[in-house]
Write a new protein. Sequence first.
Length: 345
Amino acid sequence: MSATRPEESETDDAREGTHSPTSSVPAPARRSVAEFTGVSKKFGSVQALHEVDLRVRSGLVYGVLGPNGAGKTTLLRVVLGLVRPDAGSVTVLGHRPGQPGALAHIGALIESPAFVPHLSGRANLRVLARARGLPDDEVARVLRVMDLQDRADERFHGYSLGMGQRLGVAAALLGNPPLLILDEPTNGLDPQGVASMREFIRRLGEDGTTVLLSSHLLSEVQQICDRVVVINRGRVIADDTVTALRDHSGTTVLKVWVSPVEQAGQVLDQHASEAGVTLVEDSDDPYWRLETTPETVPELVNALVKAGIAVYEVRRERPSLEDVFFGLTRDETTDASVPPEGVQP
Ligand SMILES: Nc1ncnc2c1ncn2[C@@H]1O[C@H](COP(=O)(O)OP(=O)(O)OP(=O)(O)O)[C@@H](O)[C@H]1O
């Protein structure tokens, strides 16, 4: 495998990420890195993927989100050729998954990285690099990218979990693959480890690597991903930019300061979405938090006033990715006939 990326040829879509939202630089053209058409996979009676259509475009960081057992890992394993779909077709850089032409251009960290404990980080990477005919320079490069040079000559068994994960990503970067697949790369890391992994992934994205990343940490995905693919029970129910999902979710998060506080709960409940109302008491100034539609706000304030409740402040906030995610996955029977933009029924 060479450390040079394949030529970008098939071009079409414009940039739609969030890394440089204010940039006026013309959008680079994007090609398809992976394409799923009607892909289904069953394990016994479990429908892990159901008629998945998905196009992964070059140079974007994708966050694959979904509740436990939704099908995220299965989707990533299909790209790697580790799981063969029962139906539908998949291409990875124009090849069938698992074929040498596809694998040569993918770096992956799917489970906890397996390294030889008594060898140093550098020696471990050298073993992997030499097996693939890559020069030692390439080992030095990936150590630099993951900021591991200073600790590279220490034995792997002395590495912290976060350093081990970074070495795992460094191994996945050997050969400079254009597509990087990371399954829960921050799993088990402490907040500092999470923040530093986030920074590395963001930088890789900015340098043009396409990243397909599954995560449970919605705030992390909100911060580093250009696009979000939400899977629920094997179906892709949303595929859009973080910004568009937040803007078009159709809900507003309201924070309401009232007196008497307790009495307002029942009135607010009548105007809230299914998520209901929550009394947030973690400050000296407790408030009610609810999700609703923007049109409901005047009606809600009127109802409070009519009930003799003093309204001190009503603050409208844009829903976070977490709010949107829970809205999408809360209940599959929720009316999907009028999906927000980018959300597939
Ligand atoms: N090899 C397998 N054999 C049997 N069932 C499987 C296999 N792989 C996945 N499944 C099942 O398929 C469904 C989807 O699994 P998958 O691991 O893709 O979900 P996930 O979204 O990654 O979940 P999690 O967030 O819990 O890791 C689950 O019900 C899981 O138990």
